[in-house]
Design a protein around this ligand. Sequence first.
Ligand code: AHM
Ligand code: MG
Length: 337
Amino acid sequence: MYQIGTTLTQYIIEEQHTFAGARGQFTGLLNDIATACKKLASLTKKGALVGVLGTANSENVQGEIQKKMDIISNDVFIEALENNGHVAALASEEMETVYNLKVGKPRGSYLVTFDPLDGSSNMDVNVSVGTIFSILRAPVGIENPSAEDFLQAGTQQVAAGYCLYGPSTIMVLTTGRGVSMFTLDSSCGEFILTRDHVKIPEDTKEFAINVSNQRHWELPMQRYIQECIEGKEGVRGKDFNMRWVASMVAEVHRILTRGGVFMYPMDEKMRKAGKEGKLRLLYEANPMGMVIEQAGGLASTGRERILELQPYALHQRVPVVLGSKNEVQRVVDYHLA
Ligand code: AHM
Ligand code: MG
């Protein structure tokens, strides 16, 4: 039980006590992540003043044109995480292969996967972006972990969370014992606990989906959205509201705050392109799935629980349906009918 106003530093020192045989590495690692997020909060705030907006002349492994901030934020994360002996290796949306620590750097017991700046297309239009991270245990006694070592089901995550760079900078964290929210107080440089034991309402009247893909969706998704849009006059008997920020961190944060359902489903266009979804399992769906489940919501592909999927590739994509329990369950029921 933490008091509102507790600093993230105090909080993670306490959390460390819950791990048997803890040696302080976990505390150190969360501190490193918080440091990276504070740097990114500062850079995103300064924006054009420090020349970080716009596109870089490069593509990432997914064939997406990188924003300058995609590259900068990836470097910020690596710098904050590779020097302190808390991690054994890193994997990111922006790097094709596993990042192994440079020779001579102390190796730690954890693996971290991250999307350093999710929703980065929002940077140039000054809309919320965020960082997503997932912490896994590293295999014991392996100097340079490989991609296979990262292929752990979401249920194996030690901790997960995100940092939202919006009007306030908010870090949301779960170590498997509920969800806590910390707001950055820039006057003292500390994240302060501002909400604890976050619970998502089980019912909702708000959905989030990119409707421009509607014609490509599978029938269960067509049916679900059609019924939402019919509102009071339709089978649902209630009016729905729709939101789409195009930044998963902002969508998940809204759902944690007032409920809702977020969907990036599989569709025919993706299938033809050989893709299995839009969002990535290891550094988007799994960490967000853990946060959502820890807050009492559900996270599914539409057919299976996301956290139980056995990953087969570092940059594997999955369909995502997450949020308020009863609404996600309805979407799953339609898929399994
Ligand atoms: P990104 O990791 O390349 O930023 O892509 C992930 C983002 C999510 O944050 C968001 O939910 C989705 O892509 C938006 O997709 P769309 O461009 O279809 O609106
Ligand atoms: Mg992303």
